[in-house]
Design a protein around this ligand. Structure first.
Ligand code: SAM
Ligand code: SF4
Length: 319
């Protein structure tokens, strides 16, 4: 469906839970979160119906996220239900995960119709991983990456949030992962959302830091609509490197996505506090989605004085 500014909105991100088995310092408060009442969270059936209505409106790409999607009970059945929409026009079903549980899920997810996964890993150092995630084990994620490769959940993308003073010394190590392996590494600028909203400026690095640290990266042609990453590669590498710069060079003109939160709110733009509540639509899911698409702002204004910080943390929105 075309929005009010001529963009084809064909990508839906659904956050299936706000719960998580990690507590990354930039995403979740140390106290963790209070579990919501069952009735305040979309049921798996409601999520599948939203996905179906979205496909009717022209959505061809759906990504499940969270919180941590693999902690939601019934996730495999949900993947299967949504994958069945491929008969009705869905082309691509992906999932973003911290990878901790992926070793146990990868092959079954593939069997149920998942096409691919993005795995978040901000450092490959065990002690630093434990620190940033407040207790996670990096070996679990590495095992998850291996399982995803074996299950052929391709293209396999690793998400690395760039944090000044924390992982900028590992930029080259991450880039080198793409040399011999069909893995894409995507560096994402840390965004001042939720917990990270009052972090010191020194932690927010512009993504051109990657090109300063690894000047051998070769730019690849920009694909335009729906592309949020600028792509590069090392000479003769198997994988690619993506640089996602929502702050230093926003990609609003190419944005093709809307988001659904676990509590049934539609967010037309990640960087706006505008939300539509499914409860106001009494089962008319197509109107819910089309109102959200038509209400999508022209662009965000993070760097202007009018910017209102995003109140929710990313685990509630689905990054
Ligand atoms: N739990 C899953 C994971 O970590 O991949 C899925 C949800 S998580 C909210 C999705 C992505 O958002 C992760 O790659 C995470 O690193 C990223 N993220 C969370 N807070 C962020 C922030 N303030 N700035 C940039 N990326 C953020
Ligand atoms: Fe959990 Fe993902 Fe947020 Fe980390 S970034 S706390 S893994 S939702």
């Amino acid at each position: 469906m075309i929005d009010s500014y001529g963009r084809d909105i064909n990508y839906l991100r659904i956050s299936v839970t706000d719960l998580c088995n990690l507590k990354c310092t930039y995403c979740m408060s140390e106290k963790g979160i209070r579990k919501k009442n069952h009735d305040d969270i979309l049921s798996l059936e409601q999520i599948a119906c939203i996905a179906e209505a979205a496909v009717k409106l022209g959505v061809t790409k759906i990504r499940l996220t969270g919180g941590e999607p693999l902690v939601r009970r019934g996730i495999l059945d949900l993947v299967q239900d949504i994958a069945s929409l491929k008969a009705k026009g869905l082309k691509d079903l992906g999932l973003t995960t911290n990878g901790v549980l992926l070793k146990n899920y990868a092959s079954e997810l593939k069997k149920r119709g998942l096409d691919r996964v993005n795995i978040s890993i901000d450092t490959m150092d065990g002690a630093k991983y434990k620190e940033i995630t407040r207790g996670g084990k990096v070996e679990d994620v590495l095992a998850g990456i291996q399982a995803a490769k074996e299950a052929k959940l391709f293209p396999l993308k690793l998400n690395v949030v760039l944090i000044g003073g924390f992982n900028d010394d590992e930029i080259e190590d991450f880039v080198n992962l793409t040399a011999d392996s069909e893995i894409d590494v995507r560096f994402i600028e840390l965004m001042p959302i939720g917990e990270a909203g009052d972090w010191d400026r020194e932690h927010f690095l512009a993504s051109n830091e990657i090109l300063k640290r690894v000047p051998r990266l070769i730019p690849l042609p920009f694909k335009g609509h729906g592309t949020v990453a600028r792509m590069y590669k090392l000479p003769n590498s198997k994988g690619k490197v993506g640089i996602i710069s929502p702050l230093s060079s926003h990609f609003c003109n190419y944005c093709n996505r809307i988001r659904i939160t676990p509590d049934g709110k539609l967010k037309p733009c990640l960087h706006s506090n505008i939300e539509l509540d499914i409860r106001n639509y009494y089962g008319d899911l197509e109107r819910f989605l089309s109102d959200g698409i038509l209400g999508k702002p022209h662009k965000h204004c993070i760097q202007s004085s009018e910017y209102e910080p995003i109140r929710r943390n990313m685990h509630e929105i689905g990054g």
